[in-house]
Ligand binder design. Structure first.
Ligand code: REL
Ligand code: ZN
Length: 420
């Protein structure tokens, strides 16, 4: 393949960075069959929990007041606080405008009802198609919880797999982090478990996981862990990991995804917007990777302070894949910093981003903002290579971007054919 001249490298890299189809390996989005669980539209976008916490910085309103309003009233209030009274310069606020811009909606009048009108007369299916087209996101991994009473019937009636663009991931948070609740939930679904950690209980939890992995075709098991996650430890979590989760993952040949470093509800009044990040101990991941060399772990962490150590750890363990810039790290400056040192430490053998979207149109802004950064960081590296006499071709650039935005995930989870 023909080497590109120096002065074409950045332009070509950026062009391909915006075009390469993406596999979004962790989202809170759903296929249309999940009906009301699939959030989209202006009022959902404006009441994203990222924007709720930002709007409250400008208000003395009691939290209960806000929660008592309709979604439209909440959206009006957030619009006024973050877009009318002040400039929307934060990542999440700017993101809303990126979405409108890409959907061709004019915002010069700054009139929210006009913006709402531009979203009327669209069906969910049409919007899903349009957003996937605009964002060039080709495959979306959901977060699936069998204990969710809205979600379970969709799987029970076999509609969860109807749309081939969507894939499932089995979320296991309560099993690890709220065992009392999990026991009740499992019993409700007919599993013979007790709060006591007996052989019977372990076997039943394994049976639950295997049955649901098969039922939903889960690509991986997933959990969000608080920052105090320690492993190995003489506690419920370590027993659950060692005696139930890893054995099940091995049996089904799927990875275990751990998202580590959240501190839930530091301000309960803010509900979902009240979660915080906290520093974690990377040696828990180190011990997991060493104890189970044949088990794959997909890992992301929430504290900026943990990122460099985690990337170094990925040099030591090939069964560890670092992914994404999670939540409060999904901002321009952090994505830039993290993408740069991950590439410098790991080359392209990492998954630079996932979206964590909760509202469908967010795919547009989250991926556009990230593609810009990933493309520019990559172009810097190619220019440097060029100066050392190694000129990349268009095919090299396409391959590298496809690896990072799509293929590395599918190869790592053992389904390389899905990347095509
Ligand atoms: O998967 C998770 O645990 C988190 O990503 C979510 O709890 C969080 O609220 C999400 O919206 C962050 O981006
Ligand atoms: Zn998430």
């Amino acid at each position: 393949a023909a080497a590109l001249p120096f002065d074409q490298v950045r332009e070509k890299t950026m062009q391909l960075a915006y075009q390469t189809p993406v596999t979004d390996m962790h989202t809170h989005l759903y296929a249309p069959a999940f009906d009301e669980l699939l959030l989209w539209g202006v009022d959902e976008l404006l009441t994203y929990h990222y924007l709720i916490s930002e709007a409250f910085r400008w208000s003395d309103e009691p939290y209960e007041q806000f929660w008592s309003w309709t979604k439209k009233e909440q959206a009006d209030w957030i619009w006024k606080k973050l877009f009318i009274d002040h400039s929307p310069v934060s990542e999440a606020a700017t993101g809303f405008l990126t979405i409108l811009h890409r959907l061709g909606i004019d915002t010069t009048a700054r009139n929210l009802d006009e913006i709402r009108a531009a979203f009327s007369n669209i069906t969910t299916e049409q919007q899903v198609d349009r957003v996937m087209e605009v964002s060039k996101v080709r495959k979306i991994v959901m977060t699936n919880d069998p204990f969710d009473p809205l979600e379970r019937p969709v799987w029970d009636t076999n509609q969860g797999k109807a749309d081939q663009r969507f894939y499932a991931a089995l979320r296991v948070d309560n099993l690890l982090n709220n065992w009392q609740q999990a026991v009740q939930d499992l019993q409700m679904l007919g599993y013979d478990v007790t709060a006591e950690w007996t052989e019977k209980t372990k076997a039943e939890v394994r049976r639950f996981l295997v049955e649901w992995i098969e039922k939903i075709d889960a690509l991986y098991l997933a959990v969000s862990m608080t920052g105090d996650f320690a492993y190995p430890a003489d506690d419920h979590r370590s027993r659950m990991v060692d005696e139930v989760m890893v054995p099940v993952c091995q049996q089904k040949s799927i990875p275990f995804a751990l998202m580590i470093g959240v501190k839930r509800r530091v301000n309960p009044g803010l509900q979902l917007a009240g979660d915080m990040s906290m520093h974690s101990d990377v040696s828990a991941v180190e011990a997991l990777c060493r104890n189970y060399p044949d088990q794959k772990f997909l890992i992301t962490m929430l504290a900026r302070e943990n990122q460099h150590e985690l990337a170094v750890l990925a040099r030591k363990f090939r069964n560890l894949m670092v992914f994404g810039c999670w939540w409060f790290l999904h901002i321009e400056s952090m994505v830039e910093e993290m993408t740069r040192f991950r590439m410098e430490l790991l080359g392209t053998a990492m998954i630079p981003q996932h979206s964590d979207c909760r509202v469908f149109e967010q795919l547009i802004y989250k991926w556009e903002h990230s593609r810009t950064i990933i493309g520019n960081v990559l172009a810097d590296k190619y220019e440097k290579l060029h100066r050392s006499g190694w000129a990349v071709s268009e095919a090299d650039i396409s391959r590298d971007l496809d690896d990072m935005l799509n293929r590395n995930f599918w190869n790592f989870i053992g389904c390389p054919e899905e990347a095509n």
